[in-house]
Structures are given as structure tokens and as C-alpha cells.
Design a protein around this ligand. Structure first.
Ligand code: PLP
Length: 437
């Protein structure tokens, strides 16, 4: 085995091998049970072994497991598309399936690029992205991503995106949301004024960046970006891979500011974390630019062997039914209010610099000095060690640099949330106190 995003020598020292899961817990091969504090990489909405999802797969197996024929569709993928377009912002009427978050974004980028080619605006080829953005690990998605640690090593392999700074309130000298928002939007306006003729699209994660450190945007920033994209004829591509399906207290994070993007991508929670299905949504206007009498170059040249996989689409349909039946979005909103209260105690710890939260998506930033915001030295791996400590205590989560992620399944009860936060506090204390001593 060679595991993703893992220094394998760390794994060899102390391997964790999961054998089973039940609700919001997983159990390893030695029988130790853990609370799943990051939803198995941010996707297990209902936790593990949800009866309705298990049954949806078994039922679909009685017809067919999978077929992808170019130029042909299948029943579960049609039903799912019908359902999805009723949930996403209303301008998005077309659904293109793939099999991971990265491919869904790669597709959006290729669609935006080809859209302008098809329209005869060949100069519009470049993409704007926000610093610390993360959209996946393919060459295309790394090109529109900008996390130094992950992307620097591949620089000469990537195409060149235009990167604008993320509007970070915590790192801005003013600490004032409105100032940060207005300055950042002004910077984007200047870029668009100068270069809009060569810009095809702008790609960003809405409301909160995930892998870049759980960075929350000031209110009004996303709305401002949408306005500027419309004004300067730039396609707005919103990546809801992490934020979609109730994670932020809305079905999709764009709903916080009533955004109507041109392209939007989803994956992770689409199947409740069961099977790899992803989707890219496009407007009718974009679709139309690829449609008409046969013109070879207007075909969208993209597809995957598992496009529209029947088992995956069947389980996604069952997942959406659970959202309705259990009113999960409402539940997520309520639980995030409860979690916010719990996190007040975490913020007070001597080495917690910032706590950022959007719904049930949270990041806790560890600092050496709360007042100067100075970090612990990189080699002390303080957040990583804190997550190892939490693992010993029975909580699984992950570090992102100096930030510890808390992204529990939406099915987590308030009692379990309180337990997760208590274990986090214990883990952080154990490591930060020892690092200072
Ligand atoms: N986009 C965002 C915002 C993500 O958080 C992720 C994964 O964490 C991706 C894209 C990539 O998704 P996948 O790992 O399914 O390729």
C-alpha cells in the first residue's frame, strides 16, 4: 500500500487499519473504536452503514451494476439528474457526471475553456483562483489550486493561473471583515479591468476553503465576486465538493449569499459517502454553446469509464431521500449552532489562535503565541501530533498544517459533538503544553 497525502514512515510506525463502521464510529482491526471526527475525509454524511443506502445498492444490483456506453444514458442517472437540478441554483440546468471531486472541477475548467472557444472568443483562456484554494490533485485542478505545500513541487508541470489573495480576516492587520472584503474585491476588480479579455473563468470554494486551512470568507465577498464576474464576462465556477449537501447548514454553500454560478461541482456527500459519483452543473447557455448541427469541435471531449454509474446514482437518490425525510439541512444548521457554543471553550485555550466555522465545517488554528500569531516551528508538527493524541483518546481527525479539522457526519448527535470537542481539547492541551515546556 502507498497511502495518499501520507508520509509513509509515519504510517509504518503506527498503522491504523479500519475494519468496520457503525453510525459515527469506526473500529480498527484490534477492536478499538473511534469517533469519526472528519466523516472519513469529509463525505460520510450519515456516518456508516446507513440501512437505506445499503438497501438502495442491493436493490439496484438486481437490475444492473454498471454500464457506460457513449451516447447512451441509464435510469438511475436520469432520475438523479432530475432531482439534482431542482436542488441546485436555478440557472444550473445541465448535469455532467464523473467520479471524484477533482474530475468534477477538471470538467468545469475544460467546459469553461471550450465555451469561449466555441463562442469564437479564443483569447479567453486563463483562470483566476484564490490563494490557498484546493480543487483536487489532477494536473488541471492543481493548476487552479494554490496551496504552497501541496502544489509547489509540481509548479513547472502546471498551467499558469492568476492567483488573488484569500480575504483572510485573521491574518489581516485590521481584523475587520468589511475592510478585508472591500480591499479584496477592489483587487479583483483591478485584475478584471486589466485582463478580462483573456480570463475564461474564476474558480473558488464558496464561503469556506477546506484543505487550505478551513478559511472563512467575510460576508458579502462571494456576492461581490459574482457581481464582478458578471460585469466582466468571466464564468464563475463554484466548487461545492466539500461544502455541498448540508455541510455548511444549507444544502449548498452558495445559498448563504444567493449566488447563481455558471458552473458548479459536487462529489463527496452526493452519495452519502458510499460510492464515487461526482457531478458538474452547467447553465443552459453553456450547454447551448456545445449543441447544434454536427460540428466536430463542439463536442465536449471528456468522459470516464464509470460515468453515471448505476449503483452510485441509485445510492445518491436514496441519500437525497434521507435528506428530505430526516430534514438534514435543518438539523445541520441547528447542530452547527450547538457546536459554535462548544467551540467557545476551545478558542480560550492558550495556544488556539483562531477557530473558524461554517456550519459543521470547522478549523482550529494552533499558534505558539496567541498575541503575535506566531506559529510553532514547522518541524514540531504540532497539529499532526495533536491529532495522534486524539486518536489515542478515540477521536479521528486530521491536521492541515497548523489547523485541526473538525468535520463530523451530519448525523452526529449533540452528545457526540460535545464528546468530540472534549477529546480535541484534551489532545491540543497535551501537545501544546509539552511543546512550550
Ligand atoms: N474540491 C474540494 C473543495 C475538495 O475539498 C476536494 C477534496 O477534498 C476536492 C475538490 C477533490 O475531491 P476528490 O478527493 O474527490 O478528488
Amino acid at each position: 500500500m502507498w497511502l495518499p497525502f501520507t508520509q509513509m514512515s509515519d504510517y509504518e510506525k503506527d498503522p491504523l487499519i479500519i475494519a468496520s463502521g457503525e453510525g459515527v464510529t469506526v473500529t480498527d482491526i484490534h477492536g478499538k473504536t473511534y469517533l469519526d471526527g472528519y466523516s472519513s475525509l469529509w463525505l460520510n454524511v450519515h456516518g456508516h452503514r446507513k440501512k437505506e443506502l445499503d438497501e438502495a445498492i442491493q436493490t439496484q444490483l438486481q437490475s444492473i451494476a454498471h454500464s457506460t456506453l457513449l451516447g447512451a444514458a441509464n435510469i438511475p442517472s436520469i432520475l438523479l439528474a432530475e432531482k439534482l437540478v431542482k436542488l441546485v441554483p436555478e440557472r444550473l440546468t445541465r448535469v455532467f457526471y464523473s467520479d471524484s471531486g477533482a474530475t468534477s472541477v477538471e470538467i468545469a475548467v475544460k467546459m469553461a475553456y471550450q465555451y469561449w472557444q466555441n463562442k469564437g472568443l479564443e483569447k479567453k483562456t486563463r483562470f483566476v483562483t484564490v490563494s490557498n484554494g484546493y480543487h483536487g490533485d489532477t494536473v488541471g485542478t492543481m493548476s487552479v489550486g494554490s496551496i504552497e505545500l501541496y502544489h509547489k513541487v509540481y509548479t513547472s508541470l502546471l498551467f499558469d493561473a492568476l492567483v488573488i489573495p484569500f480575504p483572510s480576516v485573521y491574518r489581516h492587520p485590521s481584523g475587520d471583515e468589511n475592510i478585508v472584503r472591500d480591499e479584496s474585491l477592489q483587487e479583483l476588480r483591478l485584475l478584471f479591468e486589466e485582463r478580462h479579455e483573456e480570463i475564461a473563468g474564476m474558480v473558488l470554494e464558496p464561503m469556506i476553503q477546506g484543505a487550505g486551512g478551513m478559511n472563512t470568507m467575510p460576508a458579502g465577498y462571494l456576492k461581490g465576486v459574482e457581481k464582478l464576474c458578471n460585469e466582466f464576462n468571466v464564468l464563475l465556477i463554484v466548487d461545492e465538493v466539500a461544502t455541498g449537501f448540508g455541510r455548511t447548514g444549507k444544502m449548498f454553500a452558495v445559498e448563504h449569499e444567493g449566488i447563481q454560478p455558471d458552473l458548479m461541482t459536487v462529489a463527496k456527500g452526493l452519495t452519502g459517502g458510499y460510492l464515487p459519483v461526482a457531478a458538474t452543473f452547467a447553465t443552459e447557455e453553456i450547454y447551448d454553446a456545445f449543441y447544434g448541427e454536427y460540428e466536430e469541435m463542439k463536442t465536449f471531449f471528456h468522459g470516464h469509464s464509470y460515468t453515471g454509474n448505476q449503483l452510485g446514482c441509485a445510492v445518491a437518490l436514496a441519500n437525497l431521500e434521507i435528506f428530505e425525510k430526516e430534514q438534514l439541512v435543518k438539523q445541520s444548521e441547528e447542530k452547527s449552532t450547538f457546536l459554535k457554543e462548544l467551540l467557545v471553550n476551545v478558542k480560550q485555550l492558550p495556544h488556539v489562535g483562531d477557530v473558524r466555522q461554517c456550519g459543521l465545517m470547522c478549523g482550529i488554528e494552533i499558534v505558539k503565541d496567541k498575541h503575535t500569531k506566531e506559529s510553532f516551528p514547522l518541524e514540531s508538527r504540532v497539529a499532526y501530533r495533536a491529532t495522534l493524541e486524539m486518536r489515542k483518546l478515540g477521536l479521528l481527525t486530521r491536521p492541515l498544517g497548523d489547523v485541526i479539522v473538525l468535520m463530523p457526519p451530519l448525523a452526529t448527535s449533540n452528545e457526540q459533538l460535545a464528546e468530540m470537542v472534549a477529546l480535541m481539547v484534551e489532545g491540543i492541551k497535551a501537545v501544546t503544553e509539552e511543546s512550550v515546556a
